[in-house]
Design a protein. Structure first.
Length: 105
C-alpha cells in the first residue's frame, strides 16, 4: 500500500468518525432543547436543532474540544416562532438559552 492510498484511508476513517460523532452530539443537543422547552411549558417546534457554529475551544479541564452551537425554535402560543440556542462543549451541554417570551398561565 503506497502513501497516497494510506493517507486516503486514514482521511476516510477520520471523516466517518467525525460524521458519526456529530450525529451523536446533535441528538444530545436536540434532547436538551426538548427538555428545556418541556420544563418551560412551551412548544418545541419542528422537533429539531440546526447547527450554526463549530469552533475549537478548551473545556473546563483545559482539553481541546469542539464547541458546537445549535439553534432551535419554540412557541409559547403556537402563533409565534422564538429562537433558542444549545451550546455543546465536546459531548457535554454547556448551556441552553431561550429568547424572551410571553409567559402564559
Amino acid at each position: 500500500m503506497d502513501f497516497l492510498s494510506l493517507s486516503g484511508l486514514i482521511l476516510s476513517v477520520l471523516l466517518g468518525w467525525f460524521w458519526l460523532n456529530s450525529i451523536s452530539i446533535l441528538e444530545i443537543a436536540r434532547n436538551a432543547a426538548k427538555q428545556t422547552c418541556a420544563n418551560a411549558k412551551v412548544q418545541f417546534l419542528d422537533d429539531t436543532v440546526a447547527g450554526v457554529s463549530l469552533k475549537l475551544s478548551r473545556d473546563k479541564l483545559g482539553r481541546r474540544v469542539l464547541r458546537r452551537t445549535y439553534r432551535f425554535e419554540f412557541s409559547e402560543t403556537g402563533n409565534t416562532r422564538i429562537e433558542g440556542q444549545v451550546v455543546m462543549s465536546g459531548n457535554t451541554v454547556e448551556s441552553v438559552t431561550m429568547d424572551p417570551y410571553l409567559m402564559l398561565e
